[in-house]
Ligand binder design. Structure first.
Ligand SMILES: NC(=O)c1ccc[n+]([C@@H]2O[C@H](COP(=O)([O-])OP(=O)(O)OC[C@H]3O[C@@H](n4cnc5c(N)ncnc54)[C@H](O)[C@@H]3O)[C@@H](O)[C@H]2O)c1
Ligand SMILES: [Zn+2]
Ligand SMILES: [Zn+2]
Length: 410
């Protein structure tokens, strides 16, 4: 089968790989009908999150048809159409039972304290072969896989595998309540779904901060009040637009590949932080392999966090869903402490949110297709990665279609 394989930092290839087989009685084999590229994949290829094991199939977003189930999968049949949650969880440990699927004690073969188990991630996350492939082995399939109603298309469902649940989780961590004034840093696919989620939770005002014009355009279309950090200092703009008070809630939907301003008033302030950002970069991404415009890590890992803490009103809440590796150690703790901020963060407990989000789509409360801009065959995955990595205009969320995607529903 064809699969997108990690060979080295800055070196991913479309390879032929053997089809996966059932290994455990709790496994299922799924034939993928849709996959996608995520900002998390970019961190892995740029070198900010890792180390990756060479040979790991990338991708943690998938929709497909169950081909075969192990003998301990009792709730699914071959032919079922399912969405695959990015994180892998056993369903029986205390964490899973209380909804903390991303902190499962059992799923990660490196041990209960090794971190979140997910498809197509670094060595420390399993590693498990990922979902940018024609077939995948799904551990604990009876727990993770969620059957899809026929009314929901593959294109809608692929948003449920990771980014919509993550954004919804982020909005929940930010404690967004009716009327809240919210700032969302990052208008990539995750940030855009944060806008949609904040709206579902009744936010009064939603500011959206980025610098990529097509992403800001989509944020505005979704109802965000946009701020381009290369035109205005985002912190000053947020205070000015909120009567000097700041925002009640902020979400970091950027993560370790944050960049800083190169133009406008924020660029002057960023210059003062240059030494610190360089130090962070050395610690976080000691090895990088840039290739022209590709695979260049963000040059200011803590920038979104600094702006978010600065822009929050006293006693506000910050949610961090942007991904940072263990070796990221820089956070403006003093400012946060002295403002009595609440800070919540983490990897999404995808399985907890998917059924409810399916109902929200069925009920017409949201159409996740608003954020999907590209539909590419899996065989064009490497070019698609490059375009998404460069943030080419209009390349916001990329669906990858493995062979045989004509089949949409049973
Ligand atoms: N916690 C989780 O479970 C989880 C799940 C999925 C994705 N993520 C993470 O969410 C983050 C966003 O994912 P994505 O797919 O939208 O990524 P993306 O790379 O497409 O988007 C990131 C956006 O942030 C913008 N940006 C960069 N620096 C910024 C700054 N200083 N301030 C504001 N905006 C800035 C970029 O221009 C870009 O548009 C990533 O870190 C990803 O790893 C987390
Ligand atoms: Zn993802
Ligand atoms: Zn568990």
């Amino acid at each position: 089968m064809k699969a997108v394989v990690f060979h080295d930092i800055g070196d991913i290839r479309l390879d032929d790989r053997p089809e996966p087989k059932i290994k455990e009685p709790t496994d299922a084999i799924v034939r993928l009908t849709a996959s996608a590229i995520c900002g998390t994949d970019l961190h892995l290829v740029r070198g900010g999150v890792g180390p990756m094991k060479a040979g790991t199939i990338l991708g943690h977003e998938g929709v497909g048809i169950v081909e075969e189930v192990g003998k301990d999968v009792r709730n699914l049949n071959a032919g079922d159409r399912v969405v695959i949650p990015s994180t892998i969880a056993c369903g029986y440990c205390a964490y899973c039972r209380s909804g903390y699927y991303s902190q499962c004690d059992m799923a990660n073969p490196n041990g209960s304290r090794a971190g979140t188990a997910y498809f197509g991630g670094p060595e420390s996350s399993g590693p498990f072969d990922g979902l940018q492939a024609e077939y995948a082995r799904i551990p604990f399939a009876g727990v993770g896989l969620v059957k899809l109603p026929e009314e929901i298309s593959d294109e809608q469902a692929i948003m449920l595998s990771d980014i919509f649940p993550t954004a919804y989780f982020g909005a929940e961590l930010a404690e967004i309540k009716s009327g809240a004034t919210v700032a969302i840093f990052g208008c990539g696919p995750v940030g855009l779904f944060c806008i949609a989620s904040a709206k579902l939770m009744g936010a009064g005002r939603i500011f959206a901060i980025d610098t990529e014009q097509s992403r800001l355009g989509m944020a505005r279309a979704l109802g965000g009040e946009i701020i381009d950090f290369n035109v205005e200092d985002p912190v000053e703009a947020l205070y000015r637009l909120t009567g000097g008070i700041g925002v009640d809630r902020a979400i970091d939907a950027v993560g370790v590949d944050a960049v800083t301003a190169h133009h406008g008033p924020a660029a002057r302030r960023a210059k003062k932080n240059r030494e610190q950002f360089d130090l962070e970069l050395c610690e976080i991404a000691p090895e990088t392999h840039p290739d022209g415009h590709n695979w260049i890590p963000g040059e200011a890992p803590s920038q979104a966090l600094i702006w978010a803490v600065d822009a929050l009103a006293k006693a506000g809440t910050l949610a961090i869903i942007g991904v940072y590796p263990d070796r990221a150690r820089h956070f403006p703790i003093g400012k946060a402490m002295n403002k009595n901020l609440t800070i919540q963060m983490g990897n999404c407990n995808h399985r907890k949110y998917i059924p409810d989000l399916i109902n929200k789509i069925l009920g017409g409360q949201i159409d996740p297709l608003q954020v999907l801009t590209q539909r590419e065959p899996l065989v064009s995955a490497i070019d698609a990665y490059r375009a998404f990595d460069e943030r080419q205009p209009g390349w916001i969320k990329v669906e990858l279609r493995p062979r045989g995607t004509a089949v949409r529903a049973k």
